[in-house]
Each structure stands twice: as C-alpha cells, then as structure tokens.
Ligand binder design. Structure first.
Ligand SMILES: [Cu+2]
Length: 321
C-alpha cells in the first residue's frame, strides 16, 4: 500500500498538468438564483443553502443534508483565521469518530515532523503516513477541500454529493503550529439518501487549465459571481482560488504557502486574502465541473491562482472594474 497511486487516494498529490478544455458552463439556475437571495448582512435568505459557519477552530453546520446537487455557504465572517471545508466520504461502517481516532493522529504526527524540519519531502511524508494509516483509509474519498476563505469573507460551493458518512474538517494550521482539525475543527456530516432538488448552477465565469495556462470564458464582475472549473483528464490541476491582490502580494510565495506539506504551509497568518475557490482532489462531478461562488467582489486587482507543483507559476492577474 505504499505505492504513490495509493497515496493519492489518501491525500491527493499534485500531478502534472493535463489538458482541460475551455468551459461552457450551462445548467439549471441554482447557484446564481441562490446568490441573489443572499442578504446584505451576509445571512442567507434561501433555506436550500446549507449554512456552514467557521468559528474559531470549530464549525457550526447541520448534522444531515440531502444528497445530489447541494449548495453550501461557508461563512468565515467572524473567525480570526483563514479556513477551508474538507469533505471526506468515509467507507461504509466508519464514522467521523473513527476518522478522528485512527486517521488524524497519523497526519498530526507527520505534520509535526514537517513542522520541526525532520521531513521536507511530500513523497516521504505521504509514505510515512501510509505505513501506519489503517487499511480502511484507502477507501476514504476526499471529494472537496480548500476553497480557502479569509476572515470577514464568505463563499459558496455547489457540488454533487453521494449519500454516506462524511467528515467535515479544516486541515489548515494555526500560528501555534497545530492543525485546526486537532483544535476540534471537524464534525460528522451525514448525507442522506433523500435527494435535493438542486441542479448544477449557471456560472458567470468558466475556467479551465490547458497547456500551463488558465483559460477564461467570461469576466469576473463585482458582487456575487459563480465560477465553474472545467475538469478533464486524470492529471489535471484540479484547483483554483480567487486571491485579492494587495500592493505587496507575491503570488509565487502564496502558491508555495498553499502546499500543506511544506513547513509553514497553510499556516496562519495567510500571505494573501482568499475569496474562495475549489480543490476537487480529482473527484469528478457528473458534469465534470467544480463550482464555487464568490461574494462581495469589489473593484480592484485579483488573481486566479492554481496551486501547482513546486516552481510552476500558474496564475492570472486581472482587474475587476
Ligand atoms: Cu480552519
């Protein structure tokens, strides 16, 4: 079970670029319609949107949600640190408690060894973890993560979820070097057999990655915007994030910081402001698109940033008028 292909299942490793086609994102109008109903105070007026609130090292979220196309809004308006929502679909018979008891301690140990400089290679870290992770961990499916969201921000994700027991967690790290998950930022989430009435959203902007370039269809506008990342191929760069550019934002440094396996990687304080994004870990939705919605986009300079293997620059800077 030490092969790299196994490791990808456990915690996906970034792979070389594969060709992704330009997106034409079409579908029934869920996300955009939901977005319009979002109140000025940030509270959702739409009961169909699942509300997940990031607190200081805890999540407030429902215990059960329907399967099928669901939209969840991650509100980080009151938290002090940047957070993410990682959704791990657990094998039959396993619970989030099992995940916390048997899987997380392995990664805590690996992270400690990265943090102290004992390990500095992702492959080595993953192999080490793999040697001690329980057998059933191979069946854990990470169906969504990141969507990094800075304090005072909120974002939405729309995705197709299969029924099952999930762990809803945040793998980011505090300034004290601890994983948020170790501080208690994880909770069980049951996705029921009952199907939601949701559908894939209509996107305002389509993105795809091909030949080392980010390709756009549509232009990001101010306000609330839904983005569709078109997925294809086995080895795609399957993530994209919206970063607000400050005078001194160094995207190369931000990209390096986004590597969980690096010392200081994804550890507070974040080197940039993130408005949302998506990382699919290779998980495919029925329409091969990964959706997210950014909120309260103001005029200014932004970047689409793809976390790519070390040294690879994959971003596009643009202006929102
Ligand atoms: Cu967190």
């Amino acid at each position: 079970m030490n092969s790299l292909s196994t490791l990808k299942v456990i915690l996906p490793v970034f792979l070389a670029a594969a060709s992704l086609l330009v997106t034409t994102s079409l579908g029934a109008n869920q996300g955009a319609a939901h977005a319009e109903k979002t109140g000025a105070n940030g509270a959702s007026a739409d009961p169909e949107i699942i509300e997940i609130t990031a607190l200081h090292h805890a999540f407030r979220a429902p215990d059960e949600i329907p399967s099928g196309w669901v939209t969840y809004r991650v509100n980080n308006e009151r938290a002090e640190e940047i957070h993410e929502v990682s959704l791990a679909l657990l094998p039959d018979g396993k619970t989030q408690e099992d995940y916390l008891e048997e899987v997380i301690p392995v990664w805590e140990n690996v992270w400690e060894r990265i943090h102290t400089g004992e390990i500095d290679e992702q492959a080595e870290a993953v192999q080490l973890a793999n040697e001690v992770l329980p057998e059933w961990n191979r069946e854990v499916r990470y169906v969504r993560a990141r969507g990094l969201i800075s304090p005072a921000r909120s974002t939405m994700n729309t995705q197709y979820l299969e029924p099952g027991n999930y762990a809803l967690s945040c793998w980011l790290k505090s300034a004290d070097g601890q994983l948020h998950i170790s501080h208690g930022m994880s909770r069980p989430l049951t996705v029921t057999e009952q199907k939601s009435e949701g559908t894939a959203p209509v996107a305002d902007v389509g993105l795809s990655i091909s030949d080392g370039e980010i390709k756009n269809e549509g232009t990001l506008q101010r306000g609330t915007q839904t983005i569709a990342l078109r997925m294809s191929g086995e080895n795609a760069h399957d993530n994209v994030h919206l970063v607000r550019m400050a005078e001194d934002t160094d995207l190369a440094a931000v990209s390096s910081w986004m590597n969980w396996y690096s010392a200081g990687g994804l550890q507070a304080p974040a080197p940039a402001e993130f408005l949302g994004g998506v990382h699919t870990y290779g998980h495919r939705s029925p329409d091969n698109r990964a959706y997210f919605t950014v909120e309260n986009v103001e005029p200014g300079r932004y970047a689409w940033l793809v976390q790519a293997p070390a040294g690879e620059k994959l971003w596009e800077i643009f202006t929102v008028e």
